[in-house]
Write a protein that binds this ligand. Structure first.
Ligand code: BES
Ligand code: ZN
Length: 437
């Protein structure tokens, strides 16, 4: 947020910007980054910090640069009175000028387990596929079929729900709507004989809103899977009825998934690897839906060989087009994503930045030892500041989806390149553990 714009926002409005607004009784358990932890200690001196971990992250040497340096973030597990969460969110927003920086957990045990995984990333299941770009004809045939007008129409439809909160009737309705929307894209011919080539389901959680998952079943890669995700929920403060159109955050990402499904199905694309499209519930309250889903994948374990997250793609806040965020993501896949942009979208410019904390659902996968990337609409200093308010509407990005289309094209190229390979992914060489530095 630019300082001048920041000053115009009233404290009362800020109080509602980032709060999860849970209605349950105290206490709650959070993991929280170092900067936000310093704020927490002032706001809630009674909060009980139980443990900490040092997490290694790659960040650009300076904003935009593709040259990375290794930095670290200290993350703390804290028990805090639930009533303090809104003031914590407010203070983080005022003092750090960002949302988030903390994630809620079901128990202190779960918070501690998260810390442990952050400090000791599970390298045993880090699977790397070939990053050769070798499906140029196929990708180039599909790319022109993606339409910005379809993106805008899905964004408009999703924004029309009063909100898409994880615990509201509107959030539930939005999930049901998306299932039907995806269903209507599927002609019956994708269901051949006794072997269905796709699956569509809603995933039930411990809160009301369900995640929605559509899977194209691969024909030849022993269960290797790609995950393209976006979050379905939206939020604006703690009021369960508050208007939260979430057009950029993250109807834009869900619209991208929807348009890619439409094009792949219409062209009868037959992947070798499985492709899962997931609209996650409850991202805005601590990456809850994706954490559930990534935890379940790791427990089975699923051979997920690549994850991409589309969260905020519609607002062009910076001169460069595609911003690849380098923290809580995989450097090798990020390089592949940049190579895909150079090959398929050569007129677009690529730059690099970092959130400074696990800011979207890619972090849930990364924390479970999966390869993830997060291409984002802008530098971290100039994203769409209307998010988490009633003003996150299509008007903030000129009622068009040209910027969102670029990310949809990038994601389609990523999916088709990786889904067309039948060479199995290989386990990555173990990496040094950050805590031992
Ligand atoms: N889309 C945002 C994350 C974001 C915001 C990334 C601005 C980059 C710039 C996401 O939906 C979000 O708000 N995430 C939470 C994460 C938290 C609940 C763990 C946040 O940042 O507060
Ligand atoms: Zn988001």
């Amino acid at each position: 947020m630019t300082p001048s714009l920041f000053k115009q926002v009233t404290v009362a409005a800020l109080a509602t910007l980032c709060t999860a607004g849970a209605a349950l009784a105290a206490p709650v358990w959070i993991t929280i980054g170092d900067q936000a932890h310093a704020v927490l200690q002032k706001v809630a001196p009674n909060a009980r910090t139980v443990a900490s971990a040092r997490v290694a992250v790659d960040v650009p040497v300076k904003r935009g640069s593709s040259t990375l340096k290794q930095a670290h973030e200290d993350v703390f597990a804290v028990e805090v009175d639930e009533d303090m969460i809104p003031s914590l969110s407010l203070a983080v927003h005022l003092q750090l000028r960002k949302c988030g920086g903390f994630v809620q957990h079901d128990s202190m045990a779960e918070a501690l387990a998260t810390l442990h995984r952050l400090e000791n990333p599970d390298q045993t299941q880090l699977l790397l596929p070939s990053y050769a770009i070798d499906n140029v004809a196929e990708v180039n045939a599909l790319l022109p079929q993606l339409q910005a007008s379809n993106l805008l129409s899905t964004i408009t439809d999703l924004s029309a729900f009063q909100n898409r909160r994880y615990n509201s009737t509107h959030g539930v309705a939005a999930s049901d709507w998306l299932r039907i929307k995806w269903l209507t894209l599927l002609p019956s011919r994708t269901q051949t004989g006794s072997r269905p080539r796709w699956r569509l389901k809603q995933i039930t959680h411990t809160w009301a809103q369900k995640s929605v998952e559509f899977e194209l079943i691969g024909s030849g890669n022993s269960g290797e899977t790609l995950v393209l995700g976006a979050h379905l929920d939206s939020i604006a403060g703690s009021n369960i009825e508050a208007r939260a159109p979430g057009a950029d955050d993250d109807a834009s990402g869900v619209a991208g998934l929807t348009e890619i499904i439409r094009v792949l199905v219409a062209s009868d694309f037959q992947p070798k690897r499985n492709i899962r499209f997931i609209a996650y519930a409850a991202e805005e309250v601590g990456l809850l839906g994706s954490a559930n889903i990534a935890n379940a994948a790791a427990a089975r374990p699923d051979r997920v060989v690549g994850v991409m997250q589309l969260d905020m793609t519609a607002f062009k806040g910076s001169a460069q087009d595609l911003w690849i965020y380098t923290d809580y993501t995989n450097a090798a896949q990020n390089q592949f994503v940049a190579n895909l942009a150079a090959t398929y979208l050569p007129t677009l410019t690529v730059a690099y930045d970092a959130c400074g904390y696990g800011c979207s659902d890619h972090a849930s996968w990364h924390n479970r030892g999966y390869v993830a990337s997060f291409p984002f609409e802008a530098a971290n200093s100039s994203y769409n500041f209307a998010i988490h308010t009633a003003n996150d509407t299509t008007a903030t990005f000129g009622n068009q989806a040209n910027h969102a289309l670029k990310f949809t094209q990038l994601a389609l190229a990523w999916l088709v390149e990786l889904a067309s390979d039948s060479t199995p992914a290989v386990a990555a060489a173990p990496m040094p553990v950050a805590a031992s530095r």
